[in-house]
Design a protein around this ligand. Structure first.
Ligand code: FES
Length: 106
């Protein structure tokens, strides 16, 4: 699904094996603000605890908010790569392209 961005919107491109989507989002909001626009990003705890929302940044890493303390603790404990982040913790300030492994509902 592709939307026409408005002036304050940034673009979030999401890749997953089942689909690719492009969404607009107001700069500064969290990825969770995409809400019902996409089912490609899944959430459960929303507190940097479960890891179901883990994604890999393909481009635009500099446009994401720095990891919260909780997110940093999780990423360190799980030995995640530097370009892996938790969608429930990230705010987005510019265009990003992200990839999520696995199929939803797995
Ligand atoms: S929803 Fe659980 S870590 Fe993001």
């Amino acid at each position: 699904m592709t939307e026409t961005p408005t002036r304050n919107d940034i673009k979030v491109d999401i890749e997953r094996d089942v689909a690719q989507e492009s969404h607009s989002l107001r700069a500064g909001l969290g990825l969770m603000a995409l809400g019902r626009k996409t089912e490609l990003i899944e959430y459960d705890c929303k507190e940097a605890d479960c890891g179901i929302c883990l994604f890999r940044v393909i481009s635009g890493q500099e446009n994401l908010s720095p990891p919260t303390t909780r997110e940093a603790d999780f990423l360190r404990a799980m030995r995640c790569d530097p370009n892996e982040r938790l969608a429930c913790q990230c705010r987005v300030f510019g265009n990003v392209q992200i990839r999520i492994e696995g199929d939803p509902e797995d």
